[in-house]
Design a protein around this ligand. Structure first.
Ligand SMILES: *[C@@H]1O[C@H](CO)[C@@H](O)[C@H](O)[C@H]1NC(C)=O
Length: 214
């Protein structure tokens, strides 16, 4: 336990220089995102990919550029699937989950195309399960809004558009272990947004979540 804690502190300390030079600027409207359709007021759909992943002190992550997928977290008898989380595929060819920005009704709502109810795909709002123990990107339960950001590194605008919340775009990612997804019965990775008081676990990698092609 002590070893694990010290290891986490070491990882966090090692990441500081990168964090300090990075500033983020929110993308205020769906219309500023890729594949925006002004008639539908929707941008996307796109997958979101693991970007700049760092595994411990090395930069090698097996899941760099792997895309979003999904898992349902509960089944209520006949009512079917009512909530779940956005995940990362464990293999490039596994079933991917698309997201979009819906600008109708004056709000910029991020939605995901996920199995709902009987299991048919439907667009549902997603957001951050805002607790230091989770930080997961979920639907069908209480959440804080997510939005997109542009990065500047040492004052210079960087490429890419990144998913985050409350000015934070850094995520921790860990494996589902033996758990498989209800969507494709394959293992997956779980991204969780860094929120205040969250502790990075020793087996977690750090990454950003970038709109594919942005
Ligand atoms: C990080 O490294 C560990 C140990 O080599 C490995 O088991 C794990 O799959 C790696 N994680 C990622 C995201 O590549």
């Amino acid at each position: 336990m002590l070893t694990a804690t010290l290891f986490s502190l070491f990882l966090l300390a090692g990441a500081q220089p990168l964090a300090q030079s990075l500033t983020v600027e929110p993308v205020k409207d769906c219309s500023e995102l890729p594949n925006y359709n002004p008639k539908a007021r929707i941008a996307g759909p796109w997958t979101i990919n693991v970007d700049g992943c760092r595994n411990g002190t090395s930069s090698h992550c097996s899941i760099e550029r792997f895309s979003t997928s999904a898992d349902t977290t509960r089944q209520f008898g006949d009512e079917g699937f009512l909530n779940g989380l956005i995940t990362i595929t464990s293999q490039k060819e596994n079933i991917k989950t698309q997201l979009r920005c819906n600008g109708n009704e004056g709000i910029n709502q991020i939605e995901a195309h996920i199995p709902y109810g009987s299991g048919d795909l439907a667009w549902h709002p997603v957001g951050i399960n805002h607790h230091p123990a989770t930080g997961r990107l979920v639907w069908g339960r209480e959440f804080e809004p997510v939005q997109f950001y542009r990065h500047s590194v040492q004052g210079a605008r960087a490429e890419g558009i990144f998913l985050g919340s409350n000015g934070q775009t850094q995520w921790f990612i860990h494996s589902s272990g033996p758990d498989v997804s209800f969507v494709d019965y394959k293992p997956y990775w779980i991204p969780r947004l860094v929120i205040p008081d969250m502790v990075m676990n020793a087996q977690e990698s750090k990454a950003f979540m970038r709109i594919d092609g942005s």
